[in-house]
Design a protein around this ligand. Structure first.
Ligand code: ATP
Ligand code: MG
Length: 432
């Protein structure tokens, strides 16, 4: 191997021992008789200290000529030194340039130099060598895994559903068409219909993590055209509260895990994570409108909450779940409130002023579903594959979906969702 130790593995136990370290050249400092080579690997930085006369001449000479961001492997003696990164330095005996970086670099890796997001995304592989960028993706990893772990503990089964579909989930038009042999197909905007069909299968508790594609033209700091959804659906619910409990408890679990496992990453980002309350405040849509009115924000009954309204609500309660939405702003499959068809059992979770999740208890009665589709001028025939699931025994069910990039964005305190996607797809960006 080109490496025996990562930077994180160099500690006083290695004092005086021979080690081989490897990574990218961050900088070279030449003060005449001593040269310092700072290399970085996935865990941090390592100082290589070359003293004239002590280290082999060829190594001493070569150090000054290595271009920044070249990949090197260095064999030498580890020594404790309080002023070196992590308290250890390496005195080189052998240095190999594994891969030479061309100069000039298209993107700076020095954290004191700010680069445009566009340039950073064009050279994402270099961008990721910066520890504050790598920190975001480690946190995203922990968010993703924690979600799966929590749901597994709760008895949910992780399943996979198609991304190429024939019909729109919401009956909407925000779909990317794909040519599929002799048919037209679309990239899926949500696993919704499939996870509901699974509720008719006896699996009862399902979780799905999948890319979703939305051909929305808007170019905002919180929308991507390809994003990652983390979904659940659960059967035999009494009402929407049964699904909301999983929402609240999984968010708590995710935050605790990030706090516990990602302390170095949060520090690098300068982020103090405020833990959510165990129990989230819930307000009905009507109550939300009343609260907003007091702050001079007027939302007409039946309209969606604006981004400003979401921010103001979170100033009052954070996180907050808004329940009992007007039926017409939600998708056709939301269950109506008994005795009031105008209101449905949909809900949204808002954290730090942003929608993180949407969900609902669903209509599970075939006749009601068909009637609702017809009322919305949708053609039940084009959804027959889905409607069939409600004809042969389907229990009451509810579910929701977290946007993984949105959740990563609020946990890391990012201003632009593109920061939370390795290679974001937006209105103009499809490469790299
Ligand atoms: P918004 O109103 O914020 O545009 P939405 O209500 O259209 O979102 P949903 O269909 O409810 O979105 O999707 C479920 C979750 O997926 C959202 O709560 C959000 O966290 C995330 N999400 C939705 N659309 C996007 C997108 N374009 N880019 C990134 N994440 C998204
Ligand atoms: Mg939504």
């Amino acid at each position: 191997m080109l490496r025996t130790h990562y930077s994180s593995g160099l500690d006083s136990k290695q004092d005086g021992k021979t080690v081989t370290v490897a990574g990218w050249v961050h900088k070279v400092r030449d003060i005449g008789k001593v040269k310092f080579l700072i290399i970085h690997d996935k865990d941090g930085e390592i100082q290589i200290t070359a003293k004239k006369g002590e280290c082999p001449d060829d190594v001493f000479r070569e150090i000054s000529s290595i271009s920044r961001e070249s990949v090197v492997s260095v064999k030498g003696t580890a020594k404790a030194n309080k002023s070196a990164p992590a308290g250890m330095e390496v005195f080189p005996e052998n240095l190999t340039i594994v891969s030479k970086a061309q100069a000039p670099l298209p993107l700076e890796t020095d954290p004191s130099i700010k680069s445009e997001l566009d340039t950073r995304l064009n050279y994402r592989f270099i961008d990721l060598r910066r520890k504050e960028v790598a920190a975001i993706f480690r946190i995203k990893d922990v968010v993703h895994r924690s979600f799966i772990k929590y749901m597994e503990q709760e008895g949910f089964t992780l399943m996979h559903v198609p991304c190429v579909v024939a019909a729109a989930t919401e009956g909407g038009t925000n779909l990317f068409p794909v040519s599929y042999f002799e048919n037209e197909a679309f990239l899926s905007q949500s696993p919704q219909l499939y996870k509901q069909m699974l509720m008719a299968s006896g699996v009862d508790k399902v979780l799905i993590v999948t890319p979703v594609f939305r051909a929305e033209e808007h170019n905002t700091t919180r929308h991507l055209n390809e994003s990652t959804q983390m979904d659940i659906e659960v059967a035999f619910v009494e009402d929407e509260q049964d699904a909301l409990n999983y929402m609240q408890d999984s968010i708590n679990f995710i935050y605790k895990n990030v706090q516990h496992l990602c302390k170095p990453q949060l520090d690098v980002l300068g982020r103090k994570l405020v833990m959510p309350d165990q129990k989230f405040k819930q307000v009905t849509y009507d109550q939300a409108l009343e609260l907003l009115k007091k702050d001079d924000i007027k939302i007409k009954w039946g309209d969606d909450l604006t981004p400003e309204a979401e921010r103001v609500l979170c100033k009052k309660f954070n996180p907050v779940i808004v329940t009992k939405w007007p039926t017409d702003v939600r998708a056709f499959y939301c269950m109506h409130e008994p005795g009031n068809e105008k209101v449905c059992r949909g809900y949204d979770l808002l954290i730090d002023g942003m929608e993180i999740s949407s969900g609902a208890q669903r209509l599970h009665d075939y006749e009601k579903l068909v009637a609702e589709m017809k009322r919305r001028k949708m053609n039940p025939k084009s959804f027959s594959f889905y409607l069939d699931a409600f004809r042969f025994g389907c229990p009451p069910h509810a579910g929701w979906s977290f946007g993984l990039e949105r959740l990563t964005m609020v946990i890391c305190g990012l201003k632009n969702i593109r920061e939370a996607m390795l290679w974001p797809r937006d209105r103009t960006r499809i490469t790299p």
